[in-house]
Design a binder for this molecule. Structure first.
Ligand code: GDP
Ligand code: IMO
Ligand code: MG
Length: 422
Protein backbone atom coordinates (compact mmCIF):
# COMPACT_ATOMS: atom_id res chain seq x y z
CA UNK A 1 0.00 0.00 0.00
CA UNK A 2 0.95 3.66 -0.35
CA UNK A 3 0.89 6.63 1.97
CA UNK A 4 -1.52 9.34 0.87
CA UNK A 5 -0.47 12.81 1.96
CA UNK A 6 -2.85 15.62 2.90
CA UNK A 7 -1.45 19.10 3.22
CA UNK A 8 -2.16 22.81 3.25
CA UNK A 9 -1.40 24.75 0.07
CA UNK A 10 -1.53 28.31 1.41
CA UNK A 11 -0.32 29.81 4.71
CA UNK A 12 -1.94 27.23 6.99
CA UNK A 13 -5.44 26.95 8.49
CA UNK A 14 -6.93 25.78 5.20
CA UNK A 15 -9.12 23.21 6.98
CA UNK A 16 -6.77 20.22 7.03
CA UNK A 17 -8.13 18.88 10.34
CA UNK A 18 -11.68 18.81 8.99
CA UNK A 19 -10.74 16.88 5.85
CA UNK A 20 -8.49 14.41 7.68
CA UNK A 21 -11.45 13.68 9.95
CA UNK A 22 -13.75 13.26 6.93
CA UNK A 23 -11.29 10.91 5.17
CA UNK A 24 -10.22 8.88 8.22
CA UNK A 25 -12.78 6.07 7.71
CA UNK A 26 -10.84 5.20 4.51
CA UNK A 27 -7.58 4.73 6.45
CA UNK A 28 -6.13 2.51 9.16
CA UNK A 29 -3.45 4.94 10.30
CA UNK A 30 -3.21 8.75 10.41
CA UNK A 31 0.33 10.09 10.83
CA UNK A 32 1.61 13.60 11.56
CA UNK A 33 5.03 14.13 9.98
CA UNK A 34 6.19 17.66 10.87
CA UNK A 35 5.40 20.74 12.90
CA UNK A 36 4.20 20.60 16.45
CA UNK A 37 1.92 22.62 18.72
CA UNK A 38 2.15 25.60 16.36
CA UNK A 39 -0.62 23.75 14.48
CA UNK A 40 -4.28 24.10 15.40
CA UNK A 41 -6.54 21.70 13.53
CA UNK A 42 -10.27 22.16 14.07
CA UNK A 43 -12.81 19.33 13.81
CA UNK A 44 -16.55 19.86 14.21
CA UNK A 45 -19.15 17.09 14.41
CA UNK A 46 -22.23 16.27 16.49
CA UNK A 47 -22.38 19.90 17.59
CA UNK A 48 -18.93 19.66 19.25
CA UNK A 49 -15.78 21.54 18.31
CA UNK A 50 -12.33 20.04 18.94
CA UNK A 51 -8.95 21.66 18.31
CA UNK A 52 -5.89 19.40 17.99
CA UNK A 53 -2.30 20.63 18.08
CA UNK A 54 0.06 17.64 18.06
CA UNK A 55 -2.27 14.64 18.09
CA UNK A 56 -3.36 13.49 14.61
CA UNK A 57 -6.91 14.28 13.48
CA UNK A 58 -7.84 10.59 13.14
CA UNK A 59 -8.27 10.32 16.87
CA UNK A 60 -12.06 10.54 16.94
CA UNK A 61 -12.64 7.53 14.72
CA UNK A 62 -12.59 4.29 16.76
CA UNK A 63 -9.93 1.80 15.78
CA UNK A 64 -7.76 4.22 13.81
CA UNK A 65 -4.12 4.30 14.86
CA UNK A 66 -2.58 7.77 15.23
CA UNK A 67 1.14 8.19 14.74
CA UNK A 68 3.24 11.16 15.82
CA UNK A 69 6.18 10.80 13.45
CA UNK A 70 9.87 11.54 13.87
CA UNK A 71 9.55 14.87 12.04
CA UNK A 72 7.21 16.29 14.69
CA UNK A 73 8.39 18.35 17.68
CA UNK A 74 6.53 17.66 20.92
CA UNK A 75 5.90 19.93 23.88
CA UNK A 76 5.08 17.46 26.67
CA UNK A 77 2.95 20.05 28.50
CA UNK A 78 0.74 20.78 25.50
CA UNK A 79 0.64 17.08 24.62
CA UNK A 80 -0.57 16.21 28.11
CA UNK A 81 -3.20 18.96 27.96
CA UNK A 82 -4.48 17.66 24.63
CA UNK A 83 -4.85 14.15 26.04
CA UNK A 84 -6.66 15.47 29.12
CA UNK A 85 -9.06 17.48 26.96
CA UNK A 86 -9.77 14.49 24.73
CA UNK A 87 -10.48 12.29 27.74
CA UNK A 88 -12.85 14.97 29.06
CA UNK A 89 -14.59 14.92 25.68
CA UNK A 90 -15.07 11.17 26.00
CA UNK A 91 -12.18 9.93 23.85
CA UNK A 92 -9.11 8.35 25.41
CA UNK A 93 -6.53 8.59 22.61
CA UNK A 94 -3.78 6.67 24.43
CA UNK A 95 -4.51 3.09 23.28
CA UNK A 96 -4.28 4.18 19.61
CA UNK A 97 -1.51 6.75 19.95
CA UNK A 98 2.00 5.81 18.81
CA UNK A 99 4.88 8.24 19.22
CA UNK A 100 8.19 8.11 17.41
CA UNK A 101 11.28 7.74 19.58
CA UNK A 102 13.01 10.01 17.08
CA UNK A 103 10.64 12.97 17.56
CA UNK A 104 12.34 15.95 19.21
CA UNK A 105 11.23 17.50 22.48
CA UNK A 106 10.40 21.18 22.96
CA UNK A 107 12.00 22.31 26.23
CA UNK A 108 10.71 25.22 28.33
CA UNK A 109 13.86 27.11 27.34
CA UNK A 110 13.05 26.59 23.64
CA UNK A 111 9.83 28.47 24.22
CA UNK A 112 11.74 31.23 26.03
CA UNK A 113 14.27 31.48 23.20
CA UNK A 114 11.42 31.77 20.68
CA UNK A 115 9.89 34.63 22.68
CA UNK A 116 13.24 36.38 23.28
CA UNK A 117 14.17 36.18 19.62
CA UNK A 118 10.80 37.54 18.51
CA UNK A 119 11.00 40.38 21.03
CA UNK A 120 14.50 41.30 19.88
CA UNK A 121 13.43 41.37 16.23
CA UNK A 122 10.83 44.04 16.99
CA UNK A 123 9.01 45.08 13.82
CA UNK A 124 10.88 42.43 11.82
CA UNK A 125 9.46 39.61 13.94
CA UNK A 126 8.22 36.43 12.24
CA UNK A 127 5.01 36.50 14.24
CA UNK A 128 5.72 32.97 15.44
CA UNK A 129 3.21 31.07 17.56
CA UNK A 130 5.75 31.30 20.46
CA UNK A 131 5.62 27.53 20.95
CA UNK A 132 9.39 27.10 20.67
CA UNK A 133 9.25 25.59 17.18
CA UNK A 134 12.19 27.45 15.60
CA UNK A 135 14.66 26.90 18.48
CA UNK A 136 13.72 23.19 18.73
CA UNK A 137 14.35 22.55 15.03
CA UNK A 138 17.56 24.59 15.33
CA UNK A 139 18.76 22.23 18.04
CA UNK A 140 17.72 19.28 15.89
CA UNK A 141 19.80 20.38 12.89
CA UNK A 142 22.50 21.68 15.24
CA UNK A 143 22.67 18.15 16.71
CA UNK A 144 21.96 19.24 20.24
CA UNK A 145 18.33 18.18 20.61
CA UNK A 146 16.65 15.84 23.05
CA UNK A 147 14.44 13.15 21.60
CA UNK A 148 11.51 11.12 22.88
CA UNK A 149 13.77 8.04 22.89
CA UNK A 150 16.09 9.81 25.33
CA UNK A 151 13.32 9.85 27.94
CA UNK A 152 14.07 6.25 28.85
CA UNK A 153 17.83 6.74 29.04
CA UNK A 154 19.47 6.97 32.45
CA UNK A 155 21.23 10.10 31.26
CA UNK A 156 18.10 12.09 30.44
CA UNK A 157 18.33 14.52 33.37
CA UNK A 158 22.00 15.14 32.72
CA UNK A 159 21.38 15.87 29.06
CA UNK A 160 18.41 18.07 29.89
CA UNK A 161 20.56 20.11 32.27
CA UNK A 162 23.32 20.47 29.68
CA UNK A 163 20.92 21.73 27.01
CA UNK A 164 19.20 24.03 29.48
CA UNK A 165 22.58 25.50 30.47
CA UNK A 166 23.35 26.16 26.83
CA UNK A 167 19.98 27.85 26.40
CA UNK A 168 20.48 30.01 29.47
CA UNK A 169 23.75 31.17 27.96
CA UNK A 170 21.90 32.17 24.80
CA UNK A 171 19.12 33.88 26.77
CA UNK A 172 21.74 36.01 28.52
CA UNK A 173 22.26 37.72 25.17
CA UNK A 174 18.75 39.18 25.49
CA UNK A 175 19.15 41.46 28.55
CA UNK A 176 15.70 43.02 28.07
CA UNK A 177 13.97 39.66 28.14
CA UNK A 178 12.82 38.59 31.60
CA UNK A 179 11.44 35.18 32.47
CA UNK A 180 10.50 32.80 35.26
CA UNK A 181 11.77 29.35 34.36
CA UNK A 182 11.16 27.49 37.62
CA UNK A 183 7.37 27.31 37.41
CA UNK A 184 7.21 26.20 33.76
CA UNK A 185 10.01 23.72 34.33
CA UNK A 186 8.17 21.90 37.12
CA UNK A 187 5.11 21.55 34.89
CA UNK A 188 7.30 20.30 32.05
CA UNK A 189 8.96 17.56 34.12
CA UNK A 190 5.59 16.39 35.36
CA UNK A 191 4.32 16.18 31.78
CA UNK A 192 7.47 14.33 30.69
CA UNK A 193 6.71 11.63 33.25
CA UNK A 194 3.32 11.11 31.62
CA UNK A 195 4.80 11.11 28.12
CA UNK A 196 7.16 8.32 29.21
CA UNK A 197 4.14 6.12 29.95
CA UNK A 198 2.76 6.36 26.41
CA UNK A 199 3.55 4.01 23.50
CA UNK A 200 6.98 5.22 22.37
CA UNK A 201 8.04 3.17 19.36
CA UNK A 202 10.16 3.12 16.20
CA UNK A 203 7.39 4.43 13.96
CA UNK A 204 9.48 4.03 10.78
CA UNK A 205 9.39 0.23 11.25
CA UNK A 206 5.76 0.28 12.33
CA UNK A 207 4.62 2.26 9.29
CA UNK A 208 6.61 0.34 6.68
CA UNK A 209 5.47 -2.99 8.12
CA UNK A 210 1.88 -1.75 8.20
CA UNK A 211 2.14 -0.76 4.53
CA UNK A 212 3.61 -4.16 3.68
CA UNK A 213 0.65 -5.74 5.44
CA UNK A 214 -1.81 -3.75 3.30
CA UNK A 215 -2.75 -1.07 5.82
CA UNK A 216 -3.85 2.30 4.49
CA UNK A 217 -1.96 5.33 5.79
CA UNK A 218 -2.79 9.05 5.54
CA UNK A 219 -0.04 11.54 6.38
CA UNK A 220 -1.48 14.72 7.90
CA UNK A 221 0.45 17.89 7.16
CA UNK A 222 0.58 20.94 9.37
CA UNK A 223 1.02 24.59 8.31
CA UNK A 224 1.04 25.12 4.53
CA UNK A 225 3.27 25.27 1.46
CA UNK A 226 3.96 29.00 1.83
CA UNK A 227 5.27 28.39 5.35
CA UNK A 228 7.69 25.68 4.14
CA UNK A 229 11.29 26.33 5.24
CA UNK A 230 12.55 25.95 1.65
CA UNK A 231 9.67 27.03 -0.58
CA UNK A 232 7.73 29.41 1.64
CA UNK A 233 8.07 33.17 2.00
CA UNK A 234 11.42 32.91 3.81
CA UNK A 235 12.23 34.12 6.45
CA UNK A 236 8.54 34.42 7.33
CA UNK A 237 8.05 30.67 7.46
CA UNK A 238 8.04 27.85 9.98
CA UNK A 239 11.12 25.70 10.57
CA UNK A 240 10.08 22.43 8.92
CA UNK A 241 9.36 21.06 5.45
CA UNK A 242 5.61 21.30 5.22
CA UNK A 243 5.45 20.02 1.64
CA UNK A 244 4.79 16.44 0.53
CA UNK A 245 8.50 15.54 0.58
CA UNK A 246 8.42 16.22 4.33
CA UNK A 247 6.22 13.13 4.72
CA UNK A 248 9.13 10.93 3.58
CA UNK A 249 11.69 12.22 6.04
CA UNK A 250 9.12 12.95 8.74
CA UNK A 251 7.89 9.36 8.75
CA UNK A 252 10.70 7.28 7.26
CA UNK A 253 8.91 6.10 4.12
CA UNK A 254 10.52 6.12 0.69
CA UNK A 255 9.27 8.44 -2.08
CA UNK A 256 8.00 5.45 -4.08
CA UNK A 257 5.55 4.76 -1.27
CA UNK A 258 3.75 8.09 -1.65
CA UNK A 259 0.33 7.72 -3.31
CA UNK A 260 -2.21 10.53 -3.64
CA UNK A 261 -1.17 14.04 -2.62
CA UNK A 262 -4.30 15.84 -1.47
CA UNK A 263 -3.92 19.63 -1.38
CA UNK A 264 -6.27 21.71 0.76
CA UNK A 265 -6.97 25.37 -0.01
CA UNK A 266 -9.50 27.99 0.98
CA UNK A 267 -11.66 29.51 -1.78
CA UNK A 268 -9.99 32.75 -0.66
CA UNK A 269 -6.74 33.16 1.26
CA UNK A 270 -5.56 33.87 4.80
CA UNK A 271 -2.32 34.28 6.66
CA UNK A 272 -1.47 34.78 10.34
CA UNK A 273 1.87 36.28 11.36
CA UNK A 274 4.22 38.50 9.38
CA UNK A 275 5.40 38.27 5.78
CA UNK A 276 4.27 39.06 2.25
CA UNK A 277 0.72 38.31 1.11
CA UNK A 278 0.15 39.77 -2.38
CA UNK A 279 -3.66 39.49 -2.47
CA UNK A 280 -4.21 40.75 1.08
CA UNK A 281 -7.24 43.01 1.60
CA UNK A 282 -6.53 45.75 4.10
CA UNK A 283 -9.98 47.30 3.72
CA UNK A 284 -13.52 46.56 4.86
CA UNK A 285 -13.78 43.63 2.42
CA UNK A 286 -10.89 41.95 4.26
CA UNK A 287 -12.65 42.61 7.54
CA UNK A 288 -15.90 41.19 6.10
CA UNK A 289 -14.08 37.97 5.11
CA UNK A 290 -12.50 37.75 8.57
CA UNK A 291 -15.84 38.09 10.32
CA UNK A 292 -17.75 35.80 7.96
CA UNK A 293 -15.01 33.17 7.98
CA UNK A 294 -14.33 33.40 11.72
CA UNK A 295 -10.71 33.99 10.76
CA UNK A 296 -9.06 33.96 14.17
CA UNK A 297 -6.17 31.57 14.92
CA UNK A 298 -7.06 28.17 16.39
CA UNK A 299 -3.78 28.16 18.35
CA UNK A 300 -3.13 31.80 19.23
CA UNK A 301 -6.52 33.49 18.70
CA UNK A 302 -4.82 36.14 16.56
CA UNK A 303 -6.92 37.71 13.76
CA UNK A 304 -5.95 36.19 10.42
CA UNK A 305 -5.09 38.45 7.52
CA UNK A 306 -7.55 37.86 4.65
CA UNK A 307 -7.40 38.29 0.88
CA UNK A 308 -8.56 36.89 -2.44
CA UNK A 309 -7.51 33.57 -3.93
CA UNK A 310 -4.00 33.73 -5.40
CA UNK A 311 -3.65 31.27 -8.30
CA UNK A 312 0.05 32.07 -8.82
CA UNK A 313 0.65 30.95 -5.26
CA UNK A 314 -1.68 27.93 -5.60
CA UNK A 315 -0.05 26.84 -8.86
CA UNK A 316 3.32 26.98 -7.13
CA UNK A 317 2.05 24.94 -4.18
CA UNK A 318 0.62 22.29 -6.52
CA UNK A 319 3.97 22.11 -8.29
CA UNK A 320 6.31 21.78 -5.29
CA UNK A 321 3.98 19.27 -3.62
CA UNK A 322 3.08 17.21 -6.69
CA UNK A 323 -0.58 17.59 -5.77
CA UNK A 324 -2.82 15.00 -7.45
CA UNK A 325 -6.17 16.25 -6.16
CA UNK A 326 -7.56 19.30 -4.41
CA UNK A 327 -10.11 20.09 -1.72
CA UNK A 328 -11.59 23.61 -1.81
CA UNK A 329 -12.68 24.85 1.61
CA UNK A 330 -14.99 27.57 2.87
CA UNK A 331 -16.87 28.08 -0.39
CA UNK A 332 -19.81 29.13 1.83
CA UNK A 333 -17.91 32.18 3.06
CA UNK A 334 -17.82 33.69 -0.43
CA UNK A 335 -21.64 33.77 -0.70
CA UNK A 336 -23.00 37.28 -1.07
CA UNK A 337 -20.25 38.92 -3.12
CA UNK A 338 -21.38 40.37 -6.48
CA UNK A 339 -17.98 39.70 -7.90
CA UNK A 340 -15.00 37.74 -6.62
CA UNK A 341 -11.60 38.97 -7.79
CA UNK A 342 -9.05 36.20 -8.34
CA UNK A 343 -5.32 36.77 -8.90
CA UNK A 344 -4.11 34.78 -11.91
CA UNK A 345 -0.69 36.35 -12.51
CA UNK A 346 1.81 38.83 -11.08
CA UNK A 347 3.58 41.75 -12.66
CA UNK A 348 7.23 41.24 -11.83
CA UNK A 349 10.07 43.38 -13.21
CA UNK A 350 7.64 44.84 -15.75
CA UNK A 351 6.50 41.49 -17.06
CA UNK A 352 3.28 39.55 -16.43
CA UNK A 353 4.19 36.11 -15.05
CA UNK A 354 2.16 32.98 -14.10
CA UNK A 355 4.81 31.45 -11.82
CA UNK A 356 5.90 32.53 -8.38
CA UNK A 357 9.25 34.34 -8.41
CA UNK A 358 11.97 34.36 -5.71
CA UNK A 359 10.46 37.26 -3.78
CA UNK A 360 6.82 38.33 -3.47
CA UNK A 361 7.14 41.46 -1.32
CA UNK A 362 5.00 44.43 -2.44
CA UNK A 363 7.96 46.05 -4.21
CA UNK A 364 8.63 42.81 -6.11
CA UNK A 365 5.22 41.75 -7.42
CA UNK A 366 1.85 43.32 -8.18
CA UNK A 367 -1.06 40.89 -8.36
CA UNK A 368 -3.22 40.98 -11.50
CA UNK A 369 -6.86 40.15 -10.85
CA UNK A 370 -9.82 39.22 -12.96
CA UNK A 371 -13.35 39.36 -11.62
CA UNK A 372 -15.38 36.23 -11.28
CA UNK A 373 -19.17 36.46 -10.96
CA UNK A 374 -20.23 35.80 -7.36
CA UNK A 375 -23.17 33.85 -5.96
CA UNK A 376 -25.77 34.93 -3.42
CA UNK A 377 -27.09 31.54 -2.27
CA UNK A 378 -26.31 30.20 1.19
CA UNK A 379 -24.29 27.03 0.59
CA UNK A 380 -24.23 25.64 4.13
CA UNK A 381 -27.20 23.35 3.54
CA UNK A 382 -26.13 22.16 0.11
CA UNK A 383 -25.65 18.38 0.01
CA UNK A 384 -24.87 17.66 -3.66
CA UNK A 385 -22.98 19.27 -6.49
CA UNK A 386 -26.21 19.48 -8.52
CA UNK A 387 -27.41 22.15 -6.06
CA UNK A 388 -24.41 24.43 -6.65
CA UNK A 389 -25.14 27.90 -8.04
CA UNK A 390 -23.85 28.13 -11.58
CA UNK A 391 -21.23 30.73 -10.73
CA UNK A 392 -19.77 28.44 -8.02
CA UNK A 393 -19.46 25.68 -10.62
CA UNK A 394 -17.66 28.04 -12.99
CA UNK A 395 -15.39 29.17 -10.12
CA UNK A 396 -14.45 25.52 -9.49
CA UNK A 397 -13.87 24.89 -13.24
CA UNK A 398 -11.72 28.01 -13.48
CA UNK A 399 -9.47 26.97 -10.56
CA UNK A 400 -9.08 23.42 -11.90
CA UNK A 401 -8.08 24.80 -15.28
CA UNK A 402 -5.70 27.42 -13.89
CA UNK A 403 -3.79 24.99 -11.66
CA UNK A 404 -4.33 21.93 -13.86
CA UNK A 405 -5.45 19.72 -10.97
CA UNK A 406 -8.89 18.24 -10.21
CA UNK A 407 -10.93 19.46 -7.23
CA UNK A 408 -12.41 16.36 -5.61
CA UNK A 409 -13.90 17.88 -2.46
CA UNK A 410 -15.86 21.08 -1.85
CA UNK A 411 -16.42 22.12 1.75
CA UNK A 412 -19.47 24.29 2.48
CA UNK A 413 -19.32 24.60 6.26
CA UNK A 414 -17.17 23.63 9.24
CA UNK A 415 -19.10 20.48 10.14
CA UNK A 416 -17.92 17.05 9.09
CA UNK A 417 -21.27 16.64 7.29
CA UNK A 418 -20.89 19.83 5.21
CA UNK A 419 -18.59 18.17 2.72
CA UNK A 420 -19.33 17.38 -0.92
CA UNK A 421 -17.25 14.78 -2.73
CA UNK A 422 -17.09 14.92 -6.52
P1 GDP B 1 -6.26 23.64 9.76
O1 GDP B 1 -5.18 24.20 10.60
O2 GDP B 1 -5.88 23.56 8.32
O3 GDP B 1 -6.79 22.33 10.26
O4 GDP B 1 -7.46 24.69 9.83
P2 GDP B 1 -8.00 25.47 11.14
O5 GDP B 1 -8.78 24.52 11.96
O6 GDP B 1 -6.92 26.21 11.81
O7 GDP B 1 -8.91 26.57 10.48
C1 GDP B 1 -9.97 26.25 9.65
C2 GDP B 1 -11.24 26.89 10.24
O8 GDP B 1 -12.25 26.89 9.27
C3 GDP B 1 -11.80 26.14 11.42
O9 GDP B 1 -12.44 27.04 12.28
C4 GDP B 1 -12.83 25.21 10.77
O10 GDP B 1 -13.86 24.83 11.67
C5 GDP B 1 -13.36 26.09 9.69
N1 GDP B 1 -13.81 25.43 8.46
C6 GDP B 1 -13.26 24.39 7.79
N2 GDP B 1 -13.92 24.17 6.63
C7 GDP B 1 -14.90 25.09 6.56
C8 GDP B 1 -15.89 25.41 5.58
O11 GDP B 1 -15.99 24.80 4.52
N3 GDP B 1 -16.70 26.47 5.84
C9 GDP B 1 -16.61 27.20 6.99
N4 GDP B 1 -17.44 28.20 7.17
N5 GDP B 1 -15.68 26.92 7.93
C10 GDP B 1 -14.84 25.90 7.71
P1 IMO C 1 -1.88 24.86 10.99
O1 IMO C 1 -1.33 23.46 10.99
C1 IMO C 1 -1.16 29.10 10.32
C2 IMO C 1 2.87 30.61 11.23
C3 IMO C 1 3.00 31.56 12.37
C4 IMO C 1 4.19 32.38 11.88
C5 IMO C 1 5.06 31.33 11.22
C6 IMO C 1 6.17 30.78 12.09
O2 IMO C 1 -2.94 25.08 12.00
O3 IMO C 1 -2.27 25.26 9.62
P2 IMO C 1 6.23 29.10 14.17
O4 IMO C 1 5.52 29.14 15.48
O5 IMO C 1 5.94 27.87 13.36
O6 IMO C 1 7.70 29.36 14.27
O7 IMO C 1 5.63 30.36 13.33
O8 IMO C 1 4.18 30.28 10.85
N1 IMO C 1 2.19 29.32 11.58
C7 IMO C 1 0.94 29.00 11.21
N2 IMO C 1 0.01 29.74 10.56
N3 IMO C 1 -1.41 27.82 10.66
C8 IMO C 1 -0.48 27.07 11.28
O9 IMO C 1 -0.63 25.75 11.50
C9 IMO C 1 0.75 27.68 11.63
N4 IMO C 1 1.88 27.25 12.24
C10 IMO C 1 2.75 28.26 12.20
O10 IMO C 1 1.85 32.37 12.51
O11 IMO C 1 3.78 33.29 10.90
MG1 MG D 1 -4.88 25.77 11.98
Amino acid sequence: MKVDVLLGLQWGDEGKGKIVDVLTPKYDIIARFQGGPNAGHTLIFDGQKHVLHTIPSGVFRPGTKNVVGNGVVIDPVIFKREITQLIAAGVDPRPNLLISRRAHLILPTHRLLDAASEQAKGKAKIGSTLKGIGPTYMDKTGRNGLRVGDLTSGKFEERYDALKAKHLGLLAQFPNFTFDLASVEAEWHEAVNELRELQLIDTEHYLNEALDAGKRVLAEGAQGAMLDIDFGTYPFVTSSNTIAAGACNGLGVGPGRIGEVIGIFKAYCTRVGSGPFPTELLDETGEALRQAGGEFGATTGRPRRCGWLDLVQLRYACRVNGVTQLAMMKADILSGFDKIPVCHSYVHEGEQIPNLPFGIEPDEVTPVFSDHKGWQEDLTGVTAEAEFPESLSTYIDMVEREVDTPIKVISVGPDRAQTIKR
